[in-house]
Design a protein around this ligand. Structure first.
Ligand code: FE
Length: 134
């Protein structure tokens, strides 16, 4: 994967303040607040910072958590995962592998064959409906 490297000032100029806080500073949107929480159309969820396709509607499900949830990314290469010890918890942070943008966390309690729940901020994603592609 070809990485994207922008300066902090470039990200600030490109992203909304909320996107910047989440994607570049590891923030979290309040639960039930995101505009993609209930998105049910067929399509792809792209990184809001760099446009890389990260998740597909086929793997989106309603976890009841208040954040868009997926059982897997489109493939294992598009996200990077690392241990996150902040806020007194041990969690696994999920980032976009291309631009290093913070997406959310992955938890071992998902319903799919992998048993994973990718809990992702709406603000870190842009939705592209399947019909928009052709
Ligand atoms: Fe990205």
């Amino acid at each position: 994967m070809k990485k994207i490297d922008r300066t902090d000032a470039e990200w600030r100029a490109k992203l909304t303040p909320e996107q910047y806080r989440i994607l570049r500073q590891g923030g979290t949107e309040p639960p039930w607040s995101g505009d993609l929480l209930d998105a049910k159309d067929d399509g792809q969820f792209l990184c809001a910072a760099c446009g890389e396709p990260l998740f597909s509607s086929d793997r989106k499900y309603d976890s009841g958590s208040g954040w868009p949830s997926f059982t897997a990314p489109v493939d294992g290469e598009v996200v990077s995962e690392k241990s996150d010890e902040t806020h007194g918890m041990t969690r696994t942070e999920v980032r976009c592998a291309r631009c290093e943008g913070h997406l959310g966390h992955v938890f071992p309690d998902g319903p799919g064959p992998e048993g994973l729940r990718y809990c992702i901020n709406s603000a870190s994603l842009a939705f592209r409906k399947t019909s928009d592609e052709d």
